[in-house]
Design a protein around this ligand. Sequence first.
Ligand code: UD1
Length: 381
Amino acid sequence: MAIRVLSIVGARPNFMKIAPFARALAGLSPRVEHRLVHTGQHYDAALSDAFFDGLRIPHPDTDLGIGSGTHAEQVGRTMMALERELEEHRPDWVVVVGDVNATLAAAVTARKLQLRVAHIEAGLRSFDMTMPEEINRLVTDRLSNRLFTTDAMACGNLRAEGAPEEAIRLVGNVMIDTLDAELPRAAALDPADVVAAHRHPEAADRPPTPLPEEGFGVITLHRPSNVDDAAILEPLVDYLVEEASEVLPLVWSLHPRTVKMLKTFALWPRIAACPRLLLTRPMGYHEMLSLNRVARVILTDSGGMQEECCVLGTPCVTMRWNTERPVTLVEHGGTNRLAGNDPARIRAAMADALTAGRRPFRPPLWDGRAAERIARDLAAG
Ligand code: UD1
């Protein structure tokens, strides 16, 4: 009888992780049957549909359509809808990825139905309980029967928490599977065209600024800890407008949450008027990768970008005080520097990053085959 796998995705960072896994499972068909469920946490075409199409992810078998809301609303609605879905299908494995609200909701719902849960990207810890994602990681790992990790430090975190040894599998990084598979398509894009095609509609009254010969940096910023508090966001905007963009032009790919908060705090007109900030709407995976390949520096608070920068060699300044991905840090051979949200530290880290230049680094097993290892492991029963 076929092994039946049901996997759950909800938000943008899940999509690049599920793409290679879905392909690896398809390669094991008919021995393995795969059902894909989208919770609908991210529903904007730019945050969702573009990724399914661009990354050749099979169309979800179900979309729970849960949409936006508070964390409790998102998790609660997902659990209610997923309970029906899981009761109906009762798969052999429920697979969850990453650390978003869908991950948590699915792990809890599946375990309560006595279904086996496998977590892809287990064991990452920021040790920062103010991050919603850290709570999601802890609960998900505690409930998972199989823990697929990206690196030895993640395995160490799980062991320190008492996870059973037989549940832990060091398999590598599915994000890097996707990066390796998609890099040729990204490399065929011209970064200047990408920026021009994604100019933010509300910054479009400004004449387009071409990408200069001297190079450019990229900003992504969306964590509640950076954007939800004016006392933090305003000094960051001051720094980006008055200083960082003077050092080199910066393409800023704006998450909907960030746009909303910039407007709430009346900061939007300042960034819209800054000629060396090139504002864009969220872009697709290949588009962002085409910028990352050649950017001189990336300023980000994203998790996945830290890993992509590490493998591509792009100097990365992480605007957070901690990271759940320490394997990407300069002290471990990567390109990543932690700078928090203090402009003085970001300034120093950016200067350091710009002198360091590009230095690609691949941790062990970040070789493009992680999803195959996971699929084979689950197919074994
Ligand atoms: C979520 C993840 C985060 C991930 C991020 C990447 C959790 C806890 N957080 O955060 O780990 O790094 O996605 O994108 O799951 N919105 C839209 N369109 C959408 C989705 C959201 O406009 O398709 C707006 C809504 O106003 C919403 C806000 O963005 O309130 C935030 O969305 P939400 O899904 O709550 O969390 P993210 O900040 O995107």
